[in-house]
Design a protein around this ligand. Structure first.
Ligand code: LLP
Length: 446
């Protein structure tokens, strides 16, 4: 995180809070969130996209994707920085409402929204529901009619662009669960166009926009441009057919971060320029002349909260193990693991770790940081150089765990989930309480 620094005794502080003190007072494992860092990243997205859009004569709304990590405090930080909140479940939606986010500044996603989700969204008057299928058009319209309200909706389309990691691929076919395809292989109307026409036929629905999300951890912005053009094409087709010019396009999230030292994250300015210039190019090619560009929205999650967070663990056992090639690897076991960060096991994700309770002059050794779960795939960091004198009691921090760590945590082995502590200005504030075995047992009906 931006405010992390090593002090003269070799220990690390974040937000002016010594991690050793944090561990001593609240225990480990714990997720530590650098509030200023997260807020600065939120602002960077808002500023970069506002500038690029202003230059092109349009405007932008930035929605923080709560799936990366949402709590009442984080929702408040985001709205204080001018962001809105994107939710994808009853829990996320309720959390945003609990944080007093203005309902009109909340969006709701999901490929299989439940009745209670749709009901809460409509009753509280949220700003938009992103429709993901044809049955959902009917479901939400019927629910809105029953409640006597008009539902603001977007239609999520799949553009055939799938991005993530270093490359993007563009295909004509879709074989995944999200959205409605822009492809019309039989020459008829695409599923996306059919859904938009269905929305326009229902007076209970207000068509706000078209939505596209192409993937996550994207480092090459080119895919955003391809998707933007594709969605502009659908917008033009809708206008030709119905005379309706859809006012807004949401181009989703997915902006990549640097997980390891030396990696280069996707720069918000570059992403903004790529998206906005693709919109402008598409408008020109489509012969839209001087008509204003659609309003833009985006939904960054990982890139706002990921780099702001670290997970703090205490080292337990240290064990040298002979590998197949005859060399030695040191297995460093910590007091958490795949229950607080499933990403290495699930995606083979790489992380960086450091000892943060002291400095060491011992030569580095090749280490693998592993958790405490009963599973050999319980790996926190596959490969990292740590001081050769790494020992029980050392505090180890794993970087860039603010996104999809706590939000995907489990209680595997009935290990309670760690709490989340926000640090800023020398003050540590718990924002999510550590779970206890008693919490877990409270669910057990005996
Ligand atoms: N908008 C929509 C519609 C999404 O589906 C997602 C992520 C986002 C925004 C935010 O994407 P971000 O900016 O955070 O990349 N669990 C996986 C990531 C799954 C992302 C799913 N959708 C991981 O840990 O890498």
């Amino acid at each position: 995180p931006a405010t992390a620094r090593r002090t003269s005794d070799g220990s690390v502080e974040i937000g002016g809070v010594a991690l050793t003190e944090l561990a001593a007072s609240g225990g480990t494992p714990v997720y530590v969130l650098d509030e200023l860092d997260a807020r600065e990243r939120a602002r960077a997205y808002r500023d970069a996209f506002a500038a690029a859009c202003a230059e092109a004569g349009t405007e932008v709304d930035v929605y923080y994707a709560g799936k990366a990590f949402l709590s009442v405090a984080v929702a408040r930080w985001m709205t204080a920085e001018g962001l809105r909140i994107d939710t994808a479940s009853l829990g996320e939606l309720t959390t945003a409402l609990r944080a007093d986010v203005a309902p009109r500044d909340i969006g709701l996603h999901g490929n299989n929204k439940s009745e209670p989700e749709i009901d809460l969204a409509l009753r509280s008057g949220i700003g938009r529901l992103v429709l993901d299928s044809l049955p959902e058009v009917t479901r939400v319209a019927d629910a809105a009619r029953a409640l006597g309200v008009r539902a603001p909706v977007m239609v999520r389309v799949t553009t055939g662009v799938h991005a993530g990691g270093h490359e993007y691929i563009s295909t004509a076919h879709e074989d995944q669960k999200f959205g409605l395809s822009l492809a019309a292989p039989d020459g008829g109307d695409s599923p996306a166009l059919v859904a938009v026409l269905a929305v326009l036929e229902r007076p209970e629905l207000e068509l706000l926009g078209l939505h596209s999300h192409i993937g996550s951890q994207i480092l090459d912005p080119a895919g955003f441009g391809v998707a933007a053009r594709a969605v502009m094409g659908l917008r033009a087709a809708v206008a030709r057919r119905t005379g309706v010019l859809v006012p807004e396009l949401d181009l989703g999230g997915g902006f990549g971060v640097a997980y390891l030292p030396g990696e280069v994250p996707l720069d918000p300015d570059r992403a903004a320029k790529e998206m906005v210039s693709a919109l402008a190019d598409a408008a020109r090619e489509l012969g839209e002349g001087d008509a204003p560009l659609p309003r833009l929205s985006i939904e960054p999650g990982r890139s706002v909260i990921g780099p702001a967070g670290v997970t703090l663990y205490t080292v337990g056992t240290v064990k040298p193990v002979r590998t197949e090639d005859g060399s030695t690897r040191t297995y460093v076991s910590v007091d958490g693991g795949m229950s607080d960060n499933i990403r290495p096991a699930l995606y083979g994700a790489s992380y960086h770790a450091e000892i943060v309770s002291r400095s060491s002059t011992a030569p580095a050794v090749r280490c693998r940081v592993v958790g405490k779960h009963c599973e050999s795939g319980d790996i926190v960091v596959h490969d990292v150089a740590l001081p050769g004198d790494v020992a029980a009691g050392d505090l180890l921090a794993v970087a860039v765990t603010g996104a999809y760590g706590r939000s995907m945590a489990s209680t595997y082995n009935l290990v309670p989930r760690p709490g989340v502590v926000a640090v800023a200005g020398g003050v540590a504030t718990p924002i999510v309480r550590r779970e206890s075995v008693a919490d877990l047992l409270a669910l057990d009906l005996g």
